[in-house]
Design a protein around this ligand. Sequence first.
Ligand code: COA
Length: 211
Amino acid sequence: MAEQGALAVLPFHAVFSSPRRSMPSVDFAESAHLRIRPTMLSDLDYVVSVEQDDRNLPFITPWERTQHEGAVRFPDSRHFIVEAGAAWDRAGFVILQGCRNPSRSVELKRLVLQVHGQGIGRRCVRMLKQMAFRDLQAHRFWLDVKSRNTRALHLYASEGFVEEGLLRESVRVGGDESFGYETMVVMSMLDREYQARLDTGCETPPPATVL
Ligand SMILES: CC(C)(COP(=O)(O)OP(=O)(O)OC[C@H]1O[C@@H](n2cnc3c(N)ncnc32)[C@H](O)[C@@H]1OP(=O)(O)O)[C@@H](O)C(=O)NCCC(=O)NCCS
């Protein structure tokens, strides 16, 4: 199977002008100084290095390179590189799953950034909601996040995600000698909740960050 589609430099609305109700395909999303484009196999060293960064590792369950490659190739997933700043440097990556889910329940499987605390995460989440609800026609957009990841919890809650509940001690962490369990918080947004946010002006693009 070939890599995901080659990067085409097109304005966001040119790509997404007509909603597709079956076989949704998302190729590219862009706002000022932030864009999301399909991950290529040649990006995977970068993806693994960002995931293994000590500032990110405590908050995620890292994947093997082959798992990322599977997500690049598997049609139910979308694997994206985040690019930001005037030079469009790589700033992180995103994985969506359930893009062909019959219940239209799309998962924000992973959002990992190289640069933190500059508003890129918020702008990514806003772009991903638009992608999920407008382009993938999601009914539900959901995620889980470690209960001690206060930054991500704050970000998702302030972007309108509703806490559904806890998966208590569901992720084993640490080595054989000293292991523990972490609790995951499940959060979601429904299409009508997203529409209400659109109607009340809550989904306007946040200010651009120029790196
Ligand atoms: C989580 C992540 C995607 C957020 O992106 P970001 O660009 O750093 O976040 P932003 O700058 O857009 O916004 C972060 C928000 O959290 C707030 N914040 C920062 N640190 C915080 C903390 N320790 N506790 C609570 N809120 C915090 C910021 O003030 C900001 O909120 P505000 O806009 O209301 O002031 C990014 O930090 C990251 O990749 N972290 C490591 C991997 C990870 O945790 N991924 C998510 C797994 S579900």
